[in-house]
Write a protein that binds this ligand. Sequence first.
Ligand SMILES: C[S@@+](CC[C@H](N)C(=O)[O-])C[C@H]1O[C@@H](n2cnc3c(N)ncnc32)[C@H](O)[C@@H]1O
Length: 298
Amino acid sequence: MNITLSPTTNTTHIDHKKINATSKEIKTFYDEATEDYTFWSQDFNMHFGYFSFGKTNLFLRDTMLNEMNSQVLKRLELSSSKQLVADLGCGMGGTMRHFLHRHSLLCMIGVTLSDFQVAEGNKLLKKYPAVIVKEDFRNTSIETNSVDGAIAIESFCHTGHNIKTLKEAHRILKPSKRLIIGDAFLKKSPDQLCFGSSYSYKKLCEKWSLEGLGVIQEVEENLKKIGFSKVSVEDISPRVAPSVFHVPFAIPLFLLKKILKREPIKKQSWDNLKASFYALTSGLHMKDFGYYLITAEK
Ligand SMILES: C[S@@+](CC[C@H](N)C(=O)[O-])C[C@H]1O[C@@H](n2cnc3c(N)ncnc32)[C@H](O)[C@@H]1O
């Protein structure tokens, strides 16, 4: 493997058809709103959590958010020897730090579109053999057949879990190694959603700059078509629900803190708050939405 552990920029142009999720919009959103996530997670986890009896506390959000990291790490089935893992859509590297703390011979590369996350995330990764680079996860500079694992937690939704995104993950993985996706998916096509689901879905995509959520059955089929041999799909919605129910409490507290500090609330912060609310309303439509962990082996 030949990975340079220093931040780089890949200027590949990607053609976007949908207005919700151009690279520029995603970059601006995360450049401006990433700081707000300290309110959601002290460890900078930019995702929902996984409730596990005995391991997590319903009232301590970060225990659940970190348990999501642990569940993803477990499914990678890494060996105890030197390993390289790619985090495709890594945010501030919260998951990367969680993994690196637990596996002493692990090296990691994270990719994001946000300059803020590259700059600040790399500061937090200083003591680890890891780097965050500014690249598009549909077209990375990572060598073919070079990584021992790839993960994507709540990031592939920005490209609608599309084939191009899944193919790139397949390309970089060594044979027999795994891609783990943790994300929300649709259970039916968008035109079959009821009025409430459809409205929540539209707003969720608009406010979080998502191209759309993949339909779970289609994503499973696509992974197999691309060449993943073993694909396992787990509906973990009940495990994720407790952290989603933190949203109605977290939003007013975040706003109160801003008001007391007399800090202005940026457009991206409002969008983030509204999207979190629509994630909750979407989650209540259990026939239409689900949160899944997908394990796919090359
Ligand atoms: C909700 S955050 C999740 C971050 C991280 N996985 C976590 O759970 O903490 C989504 C991340 O996906 C990244 N992202 C979205 N679209 C991307 C793309 N096309 N290429 C690379 N990164 C992308 C964003 O920059 C952001 O870092």
